[in-house]
Design a protein around this ligand. Structure first.
Ligand code: FMN
Length: 213
């Protein structure tokens, strides 16, 4: 969470109640690639982590495949265990750049961004081994999960986290938990085929079963 779950916060949590997986605050891939040295140093603070947090996943956002590819390469070199792509942030500043929840309205571009992240992080846009996951919402103005989710699943992400509201709903209504239940729960939470060994063992420890082929 932006401005909340920084490295100090996460390290404290890891020490006293270790989560199976930790995610950084969301970070602009475009900024990491394009900012001047000072700006880049500032952004990289969001990507500080401690080893106790592992597996640690960097959350990035971008609507530009070339910047996502480049930033994912940087993140791999920084030693992260995976990348989570934010496709759920509803704030105007992010959506105006076609990033975050705006990508729900452009599935073709969203899929390109996922492939670019895999290519940057792992060297292959289609590798099922590459630990790239997605955080998203039920839809943009309307709940379009029935069509949006299959688009994401086509790219074989390691996991999909769903904020059970639309972008339009921001955080103003109760979450539609029934939408993340049953079939969707199976398809998303259990789609662990392409997790790294570390993520897999974390899931084994928490008794989440990998998807049955
Ligand atoms: C201040 C704030 C910062 C957030 N930052 C992020 C973020 O960086 N990445 C992300 O995926 N979600 C972020 N979120 C969304 C939350 O992770 C979560 O999905 C959302 O608040 C829904 O949970 P709730 O119904 O308990 O509020 C943020 C939410 C808040 C309130």
């Amino acid at each position: 969470m932006e401005d909340v779950t920084d490295v100090a916060f996460r390290t404290l949590i890891a020490r006293y109640g270790k989560p199976d997986v930790a995610f950084t605050e969301f970070t602009s891939a475009d900024g990491l690639v394009r900012a001047d040295e000072k700006g880049r140093r500032q952004l990289r603070k969001k990507l500080l982590y401690s080893d106790i947090e592992r597996p640690i996943v960097a959350q990035l956002f971008s609507a530009k495949p070339e910047y996502m590819r480049e930033a994912s390469k940087m993140v791999a070199e920084m030693g992260f265990d995976g990348i989570d792509i934010n496709m759920g942030c509803p704030v105007n500043e992010v959506v105006r750049q076609q990033c975050g929840a705006a990508l729900i309205q452009n599935p073709a571009l969203a899929r390109e961004v996922i492939r670019a992240a895999k290519e940057g992080f792992y060297g292959s846009p289609t590798s099922p081994e590459c630990p790239v996951s997605i955080k998203t919402r039920l839809g943009y103005n309307e709940d379009t999960l029935e069509t949006w989710l299959p688009e994401l699943l086509s790219e074989n992400p390691s996991a999909i986290t769903i904020h059970a509201r639309t972008r339009k709903e921001m955080s103003d209504v109760a979450a539609h938990w029934e939408r993340v239940h049953g079939r969707l729960k199976f398809e998303t939470m259990c789609n662990t085929r392409c997790c790294t060994r570390r993520l897999l063992s974390a899931m084994e420890m928490s008794k989440i079963s990998p998807m049955q082929e």
